[in-house]
Design a binder for this molecule. Structure first.
Ligand SMILES: Nc1nc2c(ncn2[C@@H]2O[C@H](COP(=O)(O)OP(=O)(O)O)[C@@H](O)[C@H]2O)c(=O)[nH]1
Ligand SMILES: [Mg+2]
Length: 331
C-alpha cells in the first residue's frame, strides 16, 4: 500500500481533495491536527492509503488511453486521405459528402451496398390507395410552392384512380387570392368528367364535400402567388381545420437543390405536419440523388413521382428498387 499525505487548513477541503484525486480507492488511515510552529495556524494532515493495485490500475488506464489516442490520431489522418475519395464519389453519384459519411459509404470498398442499406432504411414508399381514412370521401391536400405541379398532379392522381382503379374523385380549389385562377382545374375536371368546386370561405369547406356524393377521393388544390408568405399558409390551414380528416401532401420539384427542398419542407412543415410527399418534374431534373437524400433524411412517405406534362400518364408509383435504380444503386 502506498501512503500519501494530504494537507489543508480545513478538514472538509482536505477530504474533498482526497475524494477528487483518489476516489474510492483511498483509505483514510489517520487524521492529524498540526501546527507549523507553536503559535502558528493549525492545519490538518490526512494520511491516505492507496492500494498499489489501483495505482497500477490507473497507470494501465493511462497506457490504454495513450493507445486509444494513437488509434484516434491514425483514424483522423486516414479520414483526411479519404476526403479526395469522398469528393470523387460525391461527384460520381450526385450524393452529398455529408450523406456518404453518414452512411459510412467511405472508406468502404463496398460503398454501393452500404449506401443502399442506409437509404433503404430511411426511404418509404406508400400507395395512396393503402392509406387508411376514417372518413369518406378521403381528402388529400396538395401543398407546395407555386408552379411545382400541384394542379397537374391532382389531375393525374384522379385520372389514374379513375382509369386504373375505377374510383371516382372530385377537386376542390381553395382560392385564397380571390383570383379565380381555377380554370386549369376546371379544364381537367371537364376532360375527365369529374366535379370541381371552388371554396372561398373556410366555413364552406366541410359542406362542399357533400357536393361529391360519388367521389372516393377529393383532391384539395391550393393557389398561391408568393409561397414565402407564411400568412397565406395559416390562412389555408384555417380552411383545412374545418375538415374532419385530411392528409397533407407536399409537392416539390426534383430540380431544386437539396437545401432548397429542405427550406421549403420546413416552411410548410411549420404549419402542416408533412408526412407524405410527391416529387414532381423528375423529367426536367439532371438526377434525383439530392431529392432522394432529402426524402430519406426527412423520413417522408413518398406517394408518387411525376415525369412530364401529360395527364394522367406522366405519373409513377415507384418502389424502393425503382428509386434506388434511378440513383444508380441497383443491385
Ligand atoms: N416537365 C414537367 N412539367 C410539369 C410536371 N408537372 C407539372 N408540370 C407543368 O408545370 C407547370 C405548372 O404546373 P401546375 O400544375 O399549374 O403547378 P401548380 O402551380 O403547383 O399548381 C404546368 O405547365 C405543368 O404542365 C412534370 O412532372 N414535368
Ligand atoms: Mg395550381
Amino acid at each position: 500500500m502506498e501512503v500519501i499525505k494530504v494537507k489543508d487548513t480545513d478538514i472538509q477541503s482536505a477530504l474533498d481533495i482526497v475524494k477528487r484525486q483518489y476516489g474510492s480507492d483511498a483509505m483514510i488511515l489517520e487524521i492529524r491536527k498540526k501546527r507549523k510552529y507553536v503559535f502558528g495556524p493549525s492545519y490538518y494532515e490526512l494520511l491516505i492509503g492507496i492500494e498499489q493495485s489501483s495505482v497500477k490500475g490507473n497507470l494501465d488506464n493511462l497506457e490504454s488511453l495513450e493507445k486509444a489516442i494513437k488509434r484516434l490520431d491514425a483514424a483522423v489522418s486516414a479520414l483526411a486521405v479519404k476526403e479526395d475519395e469522398l469528393d470523387a464519389l460525391s461527384r460520381q453519384t450526385g450524393f452529398s459528402k455529408d450523406i456518404l459519411v453518414k452512411a459510412r459509404a467511405v472508406p468502404t470498398e463496398d460503398w454501393k451496398s452500404t449506401l443502399r442499406q442506409y437509404l433503404s432504411g430511411k426511404l418509404e414508399f406508400v400507395r395512396l390507395e393503402s392509406i387508411k381514412f376514417q372518413t369518406f370521401p378521403k381528402v388529400v391536400v396538395l401543398l407546395g410552392p407555386t408552379g411545382v405541379g400541384k394542379t397537374t398532379t391532382a389531375a393525374k392522381l384522379a385520372g389514374y384512380l379513375l382509369l386504373e382503379k375505377n374510383v371516382s374523385s372530385g377537386f376542390v380549389t381553395i382560392d385564397t387570392f380571390r383570383a379565380g385562377a381555377v380554370e386549369q382545374t376546371k379544364l381537367f375536371g371537364r376532360a375527365m368528367n369529374l366535379p370541381v368546386e371552388v371554396v372561398r370561405r373556410p366555413h364552406q369547406m366541410q359542406k362542399v364535400l357533400a357536393k361529391f356524393p360519388d367521389a372516393h377521393y377529393v383532391f384539395v388544390d391550393t393557389i398561391g402567388r408568393n409561397p414565402k408568405e407564411i400568412g397565406k399558409l395559416t390562412e389555408i390551414k384555417m380552411y383545412l381545420d374545418e375538415l374532419e380528416e385530411w392528409i397533407p401532401v407536399l409537392c416539390l420539384n426534383a430540380g431544386l437543390r437539396k437545401e432548397e427542398m429542405q427550406k421549403a419542407f420546413e416552411y410548410f412543415n411549420k404549419v402542416f405536419h408533412i408526412e407524405y410527399f410527391i416529387l414532381t418534374k423528375v423529367d426536367e431534373a439532371e438526377g434525383i440523388s439530392s431529392a432522394v437524400e432529402f426524402m430519406a433524411e426527412n423520413r417522408l412517405k413518398t406517394l408518387a413521382l411525376t415525369d412530364g406534362q401529360n395527364v394522367p400518364d406522366d405519373l409513377l408509383f415507384p418502389d424502393m428498387e425503382n428509386v434506388l435504380g434511378m440513383v444508380g444503386l441497383s443491385l
